[in-house]
Design a protein around this ligand. Sequence first.
Ligand SMILES: Nc1ncnc2c1ncn2[C@@H]1O[C@H](COP(=O)(O)OP(=O)(O)OP(=O)(O)O)[C@@H](O)[C@H]1O
Ligand SMILES: [Mg+2]
Length: 293
Amino acid sequence: MVAPPRHAKVKKGMKKRAATSRTSMKTRVRKITKRRPRSVPKNFQKKKIQEYVKTGIEGLDQLLDKGIPRGSSVIIAGGAGSGKTIMCLQTIYNAAKDGKKVLYMSFEETEERLLDHMKAFGWDVAKLPNRKDFVVKMCSIYDITRLLEAMMAKAEGDLMIDINPIMIPKGFKPDIVVIDSVTAIASAFQGKDTYRSYIENLFRYLQREGVTSFMITETEEVPTVFSPTGVEEFLADGVIVLYSLRKGDIRQNAIEVLKLRGASHMKKVVAMRVVSGVGIEVYPEQEVFGDIK
Ligand SMILES: Nc1ncnc2c1ncn2[C@@H]1O[C@H](COP(=O)(O)OP(=O)(O)OP(=O)(O)O)[C@@H](O)[C@H]1O
Ligand SMILES: [Mg+2]
């Protein structure tokens, strides 16, 4: 008689136990390898570190606390001569000094004029670490109209996501864009609906590209609506208002950070001034005399 193979002598229960212990070992190994090392916080990889953009204007940065969350779109609203252009030029000059790439889109003033204006305040683009990082682009209403036609043609089939709605020069990837002004763009559109679809696309585009933007809007001296249709201020992440207040014969400029998503900021109207050779100065502790309703 042939002897049975050795393993046949192993009792059923023993086999099962061995199999079970093999499985649990596998599971344990898997569990151990899956487990995170204790020193790494749970959401370490998921959590994005929020970066902030500073304006470099001391008093304004105090109002803004940590700064403007990178990638935000911020409306800069104010009446004629309230300092919108100067404030934005000063901010992007400071950013360019810090190595950021900036683009200023102007519909009203030429590049030459703007650069001369800046020089008068001591902001000489020739002195920047990289002159090519500071781009001023003069745009015409016709350019925008042409663009609109292209967008409308594209809209027939698809979302207009691959249209660059502000004609950022090819090959230039700005960190900050200023649009001076959204009000000028709005005036190029005949119908409100076409402008709305354009502006929604513009916000979407800037958000997708992660660009921090300042969109200038022309308003009343003491505005209650901060954009051409009143919708833009809801689409925007932030609204900064420049007031021109009057008491008797005297006018005083004031500034307020009205809203800024995802950031803490001071909620008060404070005095500001355009100072020759210096630029915008903001006084966070100084009350203003006018009534703002
Ligand atoms: N060199 C300077 N020194 C002092 N103040 C100046 C100087 N240049 C301009 N300003 C002040 O700044 C104001 C203009 O600022 P800015 O051009 O930024 O205004 P704005 O809000 O862009 O005006 P607009 O709506 O006309 O475009 C002037 O009305 C003047 O009061
Ligand atoms: Mg201006």
